[in-house]
Design a protein around this ligand. Sequence first.
Ligand code: ADP
Length: 251
Amino acid sequence: MHQKPFLLAAEGLTRSFDGFKAINDLNFYLDEGELRTVIGPNGAGKTTFLDLITGRTKPDVGSLKWDDAKYDLLKMNEYEIYRLGIGRKFQTPTVYNDHTVTENLILSLAGSRGIWHSLFGKITSEQKDRIAEILTTIKLADSAHRKAGILAHGQKQWLEIGMLLAQEARLLLVDEPAAGMTDEETYRTGELLLSLAGKHTIVVIEHDMTFVRQISQGRKVTVLHQGHVLCEGPVDEVQSDERVIEVYLGR
Ligand code: ADP
């Protein structure tokens, strides 16, 4: 067992599909405030791992504990896990295109009571301040009243990160945030995630190693391979690890 306190602890997790172990005896520990990057070749089990954390799928065996083992995520359903403060951003942005940037954030507010109440009911002055703060953080204050559908791809990704903040997610699971972005947008995404680190706990799944280097900066990087943690450590160490080179280059 990992030393306490921890935010998330996965131990001995295994998840098979038709006898194939997509996740195989996985151990993974996350401390509060960490910004952790998870890399690994296609098919390594990254998506399945996020599915297990969010309760989208359940493991065959293993344990998954939250907040110093106060909660057993395996005994909770997807909605209960979401309510604990575990938010996920998928690779493709899923914003409400016909609503403004601000409305998207209002709809995501923690405790939001449905679309009608959110948009036409009263929001408190604290919530207004919180939305203004998020708009500044995600650098979309100038687009607050524009429809989300007309935002650039990168801006939609930032809005989605903003929606996780509005949800008051304690853990942000961010799947390939830089996919399809220009170099400039990628860099700005890295800056955004770095600005959130410490205040939030973030797990980023990413392929782009320039981006991984930007956001890692001495932080721990986890390499998944065949559903198992192959190695963990600072990005330089991981990138020069013989096992990692072999997995990526097939040598
Ligand atoms: P990654 O996100 O690292 O590319 P995945 O978690 O998507 O990896 O997949 C890991 C392995 O599990 C792959 O070989 C994939 O084909 C398999 N897999 C994932 N989900 C399913 C499923 N629902 N049914 C069958 N096989 C699956």
